[in-house]
Design a protein around this ligand. Sequence first.
Ligand code: ZN
Ligand code: ZN
Length: 262
Amino acid sequence: MAKSIVDSHAHLGWDSFKEDRNEVIERAFASGISQIVQAGVDFNGLPECLQIAERYPNIWNGVGLHPHEAKHWDGNSADIIRDAFKHKSIVAIGECGLDYYYDHSERDVQISVFKEQVKLAKELNKPLIIHSRDAWQETFEVLKTTGKGEVRGVFHCFTGGPAQIPEIKDLDFYVSFSGILTFKSAKDIQAAAPLVADDRFLLETDSPYLAPEGKRGKRNEPSFIWITAEKLAALRGASLEETAEKASRNTRALFALAESIN
Ligand SMILES: [Zn+2]
Ligand SMILES: [Zn+2]
């Protein structure tokens, strides 16, 4: 089986890739990545992300307001999200959610802006990319009260443990593992890795953040996803190829991605 994988979460439009973006993307594809999903964090960065996707048809986009940016939500925001779906590269709403670790926006503002985006996911029937940090109960609460059974999505860059898996299963959401999975200190995340069903796990880099073990401290890039994939395969007692194949199939199913174009 040829090595192939999807990076379900990256930020290639950011300035960290300004100097060598095309090289990074070419390296990603050369390493066996077939498709990449870029998550949106604000609306200012959207044009750059759309341009990248126009140049590379195997790159897809989310649109949404990150919890750090929640204070910037205004009367136009919902329409910006609705309109963005006219572009065929837009496949998801997010990343959105709650971040009580950094608290860059007030918590009540984070909650109301998250709810708005969950409602839009329901209205537009699109999947959510969820960012949740130090706010598990509150995140579950919003998803249960505002969208349970009516929205689908992924907990990106999973930083929980076995304790969160039953609730995530109950919501029927996906779990995405980032480079953090490879850190020696990540015992809880590693313990959760085999508990996620075969058809509910994804892999991601969250580039330029969170470079995996062996690359720590460096700028992360999609081609480093293989280090995380190898770790996940070992934790699940499966082969690298099989693990990568399942993560790719799950990502395509969640985001309804077309097959990659060679
Ligand atoms: Zn995030
Ligand atoms: Zn992200």
